[in-house]
Design a protein around this ligand. Structure first.
Ligand SMILES: Nc1ncnc2c1ncn2[C@@H]1O[C@H](COP(=O)(O)OP(=O)(O)O)[C@@H](O)[C@H]1O
Ligand SMILES: [Mg+2]
Length: 264
């Protein structure tokens, strides 16, 4: 049994970045107090992940999921505790992260792939697959600044899924993108999971987490609220009674993702 990720008593503190009035700044100076208060986005988080496990990371907005994934992927460092990972990491943390608006889709693919550790030769050989998956058609050679948010997501996700990796991270990748693309993403993530890659999947869709993950970690205001079986995590979050809520006629976005997940 190989350990893939160790998160040991990790905390991350941020500062509230408010824009105070001039009066407030002067008052703070006079009283010698700092204008910016801090808060803990992550507070004493610990868990271990075995190679090949697929973890659903859940929790309400602002509970610290993206921050945790940034620490795991090395984009940020923790203030306290330690994060250890084994092998190459790929995935999509924020849609469009690392993309340059003035560069074309093609140029951004090379740039993004290089940032994820792919060589030029590797990218050359996978370029057609990446472009095919992104399916942005004639827009491949136009600046990505003109892309829609869905097209941005397709390009980023497409590069990420073509990197050979040991750990794959997907942070709300299905939030943008149309249904055919979502279906394609879920199918590809299922293949990634079945190939023995460790997966971290953030989603509010209970159905897709059930389908995709063996275990779920629920963050609750920066702490691990629950860690274990997916069904129990959904109960912990009260996401299981969603059907009873008066929603729009079409059902919520998450419910439609649930339906998509059951297609694949
Ligand atoms: N760079 C940052 N500076 C200040 N606050 C931040 C920063 N990144 C995240 N936060 C805050 O940390 C909390 C957790 O954010 P996040 O990890 O993005 O939550 P989630 O992904 O679960 O919705 C939120 O209150 C968010 O506003
Ligand atoms: Mg997030």
């Amino acid at each position: 049994m190989t350990t893939s990720i160790v998160v040991d008593n990790v905390s991350k503190t941020f500062r509230y970045q408010s824009h105070p009035t001039l009066k407030k700044v002067l008052q703070n100076r006079l009283h010698g107090s700092r204008s910016n208060e801090t808060f803990k986005a992550l507070d004493g988080v610990s868990f271990e992940v075995r190679q090949g496990e697929s973890i659903g990371l859940m929790g309400l907005n602002g509970s610290g999921k993206s921050t945790l994934l940034k620490l795991v992927s090395g984009v940020m460092v923790p203030d306290d505790g330690k994060v250890l990972t084994r092998g190459r990491i790929s995935g999509l943390i924020a849609t469009g992260a690392g993309f340059h608006n003035e560069l074309t889709g093609r140029e951004n693919i090379y740039m993004n792939a290089a940032m994820l550790g792919m060589t030029k030769d590797e990218t050359d050989s996978k370029f057609d697959d990446i472009a095919g998956f992104a399916d942005v058609g004639r827009f491949m050679d136009t600046p990505v600044g003109n892309y829609s948010s869905g097209m941005f997501a397709r390009l980023g996700f497409s590069v990420a899924v073509h990197v050979d990796c040991d750990i794959f991270i997907a942070d709300e990748v299905l939030a943008v993108g149309d249904r055919p693309f979502k279906r394609k993403c879920l199918k590809r993530m299922k293949e990634i999971r079945e190939s023995g890659i460790t997966m971290f999947y953030v989603s509010h869709s209970a159905g897709s987490v059930k389908k995709m993950c063996d275990r779920a970690i629920v963050l609750d205001k920066g702490r691990v609220g629950f860690d274990g079986n997916v069904d129990d995590a959904i109960k912990y979050l009260h996401y299981d009674g969603d059907d009873e809520e008066p929603d729009g006629e079409e059902g919520s976005e998450d419910e439609r993702d649930d339906a998509l997940a059951s297609d694949i």
